[in-house]
Design a protein around this ligand. Sequence first.
Ligand SMILES: Cc1ncc(COP(=O)(O)O)c(C=O)c1O
Length: 445
Amino acid sequence: MNSSSSVNNSADPSSKKPMLWINPGRTAAALPGNSWAGKQIGEKDIHDANSRFLRFSSVLRTLFPELDKSNGIIESPLFRVPTLQSELGLPMNCGMLFIKADHTLPIAGSIKARGGIHEVLEFAEHIGLENGLITSTDPSNLISPTGKQLLSQYRVAVGSTGNLGLSIGVIASALGFETTVHMSADAKEWKKKRLRDRGVNVVEHEGDYAAAVAAGRAEAEKDAYCHFVDDESSFSLFSGYSAAALTLKKQLAEQAITIDADHPLFVYVPCGVGGAPGGIAFGLAHVFGPNVHCFFAEPTASACFLVAMMDRSGSNPSVYDRGLDNRTEADGLAVPQASECAVAVMRPVLSGVFTVEDETLFKHVHTAAITENLRIEPSAAAAFDGPHWLACSAQGSEYLAHHKLLPYLANSIHVIWTTGGLFVPDMEYDKFFERGARSNVNSQA
Ligand SMILES: Cc1ncc(COP(=O)(O)O)c(C=O)c1O
């Protein structure tokens, strides 16, 4: 059944005003066969990525002693946030609010740890298998002296606004790859320094994220030994993110929460090029079927996924085509054009996209700290308005009514994905916090 939404989608991203757009193409029936650049993809890919993380757990634990506590597993907690819930204006009779705290993910300090680390592990495993150094069940020889010598003959490159570069740079250099990160003009100084301190070659570009990716891709194409991590089109990245859905299901079950038709799950994830939130939404759709409803959050100036999803011409427009300037303080989300592959997979899956102004991001950074002691970066605060949009706006109410969810709203679970922040230096973080504090005071005055 195609339950196309009849919600009034009259708002226009060119207005630069925050808005919620409902996806008329979401199908409430079982997830149809998806494809990624012509390749059939499905549930097996989610399990394969998860198995790879498990297979590499002892390698990761050896390389990163901070993973001792988790036995080499890179994961983040899921917890209830009642004080934040009331501060964000989600009435208690509209469900329970949780945070999925990817801002605490070890090694990279952001959601990018998932996809980025997965892709580098897959590349290393491929080289190890091809050279007869490891088996398909045990990759541990990759960190033997012979393994490191082998991997050091290869290079890894990536284009990034910052956080993907951090994750790729840290894992690739730890495995012994020569690593180059092409950074866009939006990337923060401290992220470049953190990489350079680890011996990563950081190339700074004057242009935006798309330009940094294009420059990195072009350079890697000239080098047969160089693997380019392509944020716009890599399925390995995407599947790495998708494995998070399996953990989320386990974490909900541990808290005695079942998701079904009477207990729907709403998930709100910040979106840049769309790989990370897309991978997660893809995984969740497989795990929870029609009972999960995923919404992406973007800065008003960089609403590339929204612009792409709204477009039916097939031209994959950029935000510049809609009169937006891609200028945002949310460096991780400063992307002018969405991944076409992620947009194609999300067309039948995504519930909607909402946008947020920069000043609101700072307010949320401050609110997250004072209500629940969460230390997040501005990009990671993009999804905070999601529950309020759903429960308290006309578009949200129409969505709930259209999907016959209103009777179950009180039983529902809302998960805001906080996507980065762990390694933000104190001086930077204090500026975010103070700006948010001032904005919050001004809006109360
Ligand atoms: C903190 C943070 N959140 C969300 C995202 C969005 O991920 P994607 O660009 O894959 O959509 C990014 C991307 O770098 C990020 O740094």
